[in-house]
Ligand binder design. Structure first.
Ligand SMILES: [Zn+2]
Length: 234
């Protein structure tokens, strides 16, 4: 009888031990759900670097098509996520401004592009892991100084890489980048040709509308103020 009780105790204890690790790691309740599916979240392509220009910042008449990170020459550049190298060349799609460029195709129709590299360490067809070294930063192509220009594409449409990056880029961004971000033009990506009416294009349309309505309401306020002033004067 004593033996059976001992065995029962052992079983109970074993059961308690088995349950313990799960209760020691409670589910994080206060974290917001990730904006992108977990396999589509990107790590930063650099160990360190300050943003010198955000996506959509004004560049003359055009909007900046990527995010610039200010880094010295020959800083290791890493893949933002696992994928397959689809371009590793001087220039991209006939455009020499990119200089030495690497493009990686990820899951979900996503691509990441790394421009102005001094050295490329991967070739077309290579599979790379997230965080794997793909090249060294530089100032090749159209560049005023050494930096990494990162672009993101979804189904061939250029989008803000910040949608995927798991980092607060505004922390440590150059003051000039923050100013340009505030005054910059919002680039509205064209509607993707395939899979029309998907969630992404609806989202960007909504954003564009919001920006436009905010501007027009500001105009209306200014007009109202003007008319108010003129009434006082009159
Ligand atoms: Zn750039």
């Amino acid at each position: 009888m004593a033996k059976i009780t001992n065995i029962l105790l052992l079983v109970l204890l074993a059961g308690a031990n088995f349950v313990q690790p799960a209760s020691a790691m409670p589910e994080p309740l206060d974290l917001p759900p990730p904006a992108q599916p977990k396999d589509q979240q990107w790590r930063l392509p650099l160990e360190a670097g300050r943003v010198s220009s955000f996506f959509g910042a004004a560049r003359g008449r055009r909007a900046h098509g990527g995010i610039d990170f200010s880094v010295p020459h020959n800083t290791p550049v890493m893949a933002t996520n696992h994928g397959t190298v689809v371009a590793s060349s001087m220039g991209y799609k006939g455009d020499s401004k990119y200089g030495n460029v690497v493009v990686i195709e990820h899951e979900g129709g996503l691509r990441s592009l790394y421009a102005h590299l001094n050295k490329r360490h991967v070739n077309v067809g290579d599979t790379v892991a997230a965080g794997e070294l793909i090249g060294l930063s530089g100032a090749t192509g159209k560049s005023t100084g050494p930096h990494l220009h990162l672009e993101a594409y979804q189904d061939g449409t250029r989008i803000d890489p910040n949608r995927f990056l798991l980092a607060n880029l505004e922390d440590g961004a150059l003051p000039s980048a923050m100013r340009a971000k505030r005054t910059g033009v919002e680039e509205v990506p064209p509607t993707p040709r395939s899979k029309a009416g998907n969630g992404a294009s609806k989202k960007s349309k909504g954003k564009a509308t919001r920006v436009a309505s905010a501007k027009s309401s500001k105009k209306k306020t200014q007009l109202a103020q003007k008319s108010g002033k003129s009434r006082k004067r009159a």
